[in-house]
Design a protein around this ligand. Structure first.
Ligand SMILES: Cc1ncc(COP(=O)(O)O)c(C=O)c1O
Length: 379
């Protein structure tokens, strides 16, 4: 049996053709493929605006900035996420605050966020960044209602969850990135995620002002209108804000669009793999992320909870099965130690971290490989 990673991309001949077509064209960047990918992505999510960026970390930075995060702004997020959900707050000189997770879904707990908000004076916090951890869409309707009650922004880190949804109180399926409840959602196209661009990301929103601001900041804060070029010539532009170069190239956009067209099938296969794991683990008592009724999990990861985590991790490695830990909690990273969370706080996040392990999960994982992983996990 060849070695089995915890995640991997799948590139087919259509994807390769899409990229080589761009290489033969006039535009390697700032060409038509970026807008075309953005249009396909907004249609896929059902949102009004999709803005392609160089990676999700850049997307988070632009989204926080457009949402008004600045020196001293306090943003609440989950301790169980990749560092960049928090780091992008710091890029804006904001403060990272953490609430606990739900012990069954491993998502940011609404109750814990509510308690934290209510423990501080009015106006203390600026926003909430919810993570669709492992591919499970959070209940953004409930978070939006809490955010509105306290005049906060709501950002959805949807890096793990393109194609996932939850069902709202009107019985509507709300796809991640739909813009219906979150002010902004951010996706990642790193190859270990669903849609592989090499590097890449997307910000979605239904708010036109936010979209315009994010677009401006993506390209150096530079703008050009017909009005302003009239007296100078078409070479003229103005730089109106301090922006960045966070653009996606046309090669990446073409690859992303081709990959997106296969995402529903890929999520379906991920759900089949999850079903197989659950069937096997239900007999042996191994627990895993709970997907509540009405939620469709996009399964970027399949996370189990196990007491002898290190022993299992090492023994899987001996059989060339490369499981992974997602994630070292934010408050345990040396850079964030200073924000001062004691061991007794964030109890569920700490318990989760001591026992979590992500098993291989990707659409091309074969049934035979999965049987082998299950056999080596439950033995
Ligand atoms: C939850 C989450 N947010 C953001 C990111 C950042 O994504 P990128 O690598 O595209 O910057 C990641 C990447 O692993 C992630 O897992």
């Amino acid at each position: 049996m060849k070695s089995i990673p915890y995640g991997r991309q799948h590139i087919d001949e259509d994807d390769i053709r899409a990229v080589t077509d761009v290489l033969r064209s006039d535009f390697l960047t700032q060409g038509p493929n970026v807008a075309s990918f953005e249009n396909s992505f907004s249609t896929y999510c059902g949102c009004h605006h999709a803005i392609a960026v160089s990676n999700a970390t850049a997307g988070l930075h632009l989204a926080y900035k457009a949402l008004g995060v600045k020196k001293g702004s306090r943003v609440i997020t989950s301790p169980i996420t990749f560092a960049s959900t928090a780091n992008a707050v710091r890029f804006c000189e904001g403060e990272v605050w953490l609430a606990d997770i739900d012990p069954r879904t491993f998502l940011l707990s609404l109750d814990s966020v509510k308690q934290l908000i209510e423990s501080k004076p009015k106006g203390f916090f600026s926003g909430i960044a919810v993570v669709d951890f492992a591919g499970l869409s959070a209940d953004m309707e409930a978070f939006r209602s809490l955010a509105d009650d306290h005049n906060l922004f709501l950002l959805e880190d949807a890096a793990h969850a393109p194609g996932g949804y939850f069902t709202d109180s009107k019985d509507q399926k709300i796809k991640t990135g739909s813009g219906k409840y979150a002010h902004c959602s951010v996706f990642s196209f790193h190859p270990v995620k669903h849609i592989a661009c090499g590097e890449g990301g997307m910000v979605t929103t239904n708010d036109e002002t936010l979209a315009e601001n994010i677009k401006l900041l993506r390209t150096h804060g530079i703008t050009k209108t017909h009005e302003m070029t009239k007296n100078h010539g078409s070479w003229f532009y103005e730089m109106v804000d301090l922006g960045y170069n966070y653009r996606l190239t046309d090669m990446q956009a073409a690859l992303g669009k081709s990959q997106l067209s296969k995402n529903d099938l890929s999520v379906e296969r991920r759900n089949q793999i999850a079903k197989n794991y659950k069937k096997a683990f239900d007999i042996t008592g191994i627990t895993y992320q709970h997907t509540p009724e009405g939620h469709y999990n996009a399964y970027h990861l399949f996370v189990i909870q196990i007491d002898q985590r290190l022993a299992l991790y090492e023994s899987l490695r001996e059989h060339q099965i490369y499981s992974q830990v997602h994630y070292i909690p934010i408050h345990k990273l040396p850079y964030y130690k200073g924000i001062g969370y004691e061991e007794a706080e964030l109890k569920h996040a700490n318990n989760y971290y001591g026992r979590c392990l992500s098993l291989p999960m990707y659409p091309t994982l074969s049934n035979e490989e999965q049987d082998y992983i299950i056999e080596k996990t439950i033995k």
